[in-house]
Design a protein around this ligand. Structure first.
Ligand SMILES: Nc1ncnc2c1ncn2[C@@H]1O[C@H](COP(=O)(O)OP(=O)(O)OP(=O)(O)O)[C@@H](O)[C@H]1O
Ligand SMILES: [Mg+2]
Length: 378
């Protein structure tokens, strides 16, 4: 008996349709997942089996089960395949109607007791379902508001048993709490009004905000450089709906969306530590992940104490700054992440920090000063 469930794998931010086929045969009992599944995805075997048993459903004991994730050339990663795999196995064992399953996309991780957990990237998966013409997406209850943003009808489930009861027609679509409108109005960051004096620096900030310019704040310690830089997102123009969705998609794939705030409505602010590696900054990994430049898309990337960042990291920013996108190329395919951000750097005027401060004398030698400035790329 063969049954099929539909889900979507992500290549960067792009959803690609994946058919989860479950096939049962007589023979030596076993459970195999084929189709370029990564480790987390292979481990689905254990979660799916425990989840099905915990949901008081029947696990086919004396059968050979093969699950194929097609197309096989596409790399599948993560635990979001647990739910579609278990539903396909259950449909193949005639425990739920397979024609009804084919009308639904599904995504979610299974706990050993059968609970359905949210996974990163649900928004992009739901967008894939909408483009594929599927109206319904079965997902974890916590992910439902996020999936709804894609314009599909989420079927929020807390437990595998609930998903099965729904597909059998025993219960209606479980309801979910839509996000209250106040949660959709962006959280207000620190306010520029808190800065005393510093007219020129504030004016520079306003010009940068109006014209989307990058900014370097240089001055003696304690003059409010960090304080000013943190207040730039608060004066940026609001995001359009399109931009909100773009930013949300990136944060969703990175697993940074809090369930109570499924939509990012304010320009993001990222302030990575100077110990961050170049891949953490621009994105990468064998399964391409967005980096800080993409997490700051449509917002602000603050490099506090700019000269502390390794030269290689600063050089890596050059291409995203110029192009507004990062292309991560891997053997398994290539992913494009948007990265249109405003860069704000802060630095002292010299290594000892005294330069520019009328009260202190700078004791830096000219070589030390030259070496300090040399750290910045031209
Ligand atoms: N113009 C200002 N208005 C109000 N508070 C200020 C101002 N400048 C500095 N401060 C206060 O001083 C603190 C230190 O400022 P901040 O950390 O922004 O300085 P900095 O220029 O980044 O210094 P450093 O070079 O040591 O990093 C701030 O947290 C703030 O409380
Ligand atoms: Mg500072």
């Amino acid at each position: 008996m063969l049954a099929r469930a539909v889900t979507h794998a992500l290549v960067g931010l792009e959803p690609r349709r994946v058919e989860v086929e479950a096939h049962l045969q007589l023979g030596v009992p076993g459970f195999a997942i084929v189709g370029l599944a990564d480790r987390a995805c292979q481990e689905a075997k254990h979660r799916v089996r425990s989840g099905v048993v915990s949901a008081s459903l029947e696990w086919p004991l004396n059968r050979r089960i093969t699950v194929n994730l097609a197309p096989a050339a596409l790399r599948k990663e993560g635990s979001g395949f647990d739910l579609p795999i278990s539903l396909a196995v259950l449909a193949a064992t005639r425990q739920l109607p397979h024609e009804r399953l084919a009308e639904h996309a599904s995504v979610g991780e299974l706990a050993l007791d059968g609970r359905v957990r949210p996974v990163a990237g649900t928004l992009a998966v739901a967008e894939g379902a909408r483009r594929a013409g599927l109206r319904w997406v079965i997902c974890a209850a916590e992910s439902a508001p996020e999936a709804a943003l894609a314009g599909v009808d989420p079927v929020p489930v807390r437990h595998l048993a609930e998903a099965v009861a729904y597909l059998r027609g025993q219960i209606d679509v479980p309801s979910f709490e839509p996000v209250p409108p106040e949660a959709l109005t962006g959280e207000l960051g620190p306010d520029l009004a808190e800065v005393r004096g510093q007219e020129r620096a504030r004016r520079a900030l306003e010009i940068a905000a109006a014209g989307a310019h990058n900014l370097l704040l240089a001055g003696p310690p304690g003059t409010g450089k960090t304080m000013l830089a943190r207040r730039l997102p608060g004066i940026l123009p609001p995001l359009t709906r399109q931009e909100e969705l773009e930013v949300t998609r990136i944060h969703s794939v990175a697993g940074l969306l809090p369930p109570e705030r499924p939509l990012v409505t304010a320009p993001p602010f990222r302030s990575p530590h100077h110990g961050a590696s170049a891949p953490a900054m621009v994105g990468g990994g064998s399964a391409p992940r967005p980096g800080e430049v993409s997490l700051a898309h449509r917002g602000v990337l603050l490099l506090d104490e700019l000269p502390e960042f390794p030269r290689s990291v600063l050089e890596a920013l050059r291409q995203p700054l110029e192009d507004g996108v990062v292309a991560v190329v891997r053997a398994g395919g290539h992913a494009i992440f948007p990265a249109r951000f405003q860069l704000v750097g802060t630095m002292n005027m010299c290594p000892c920090g005294a330069r520019g401060d009328p009260a202190v004398e700078c004791g830096c030698s000219s070589q030390r000063l030259a070496a300090y400035r040399e750290k910045l790329s031209r």
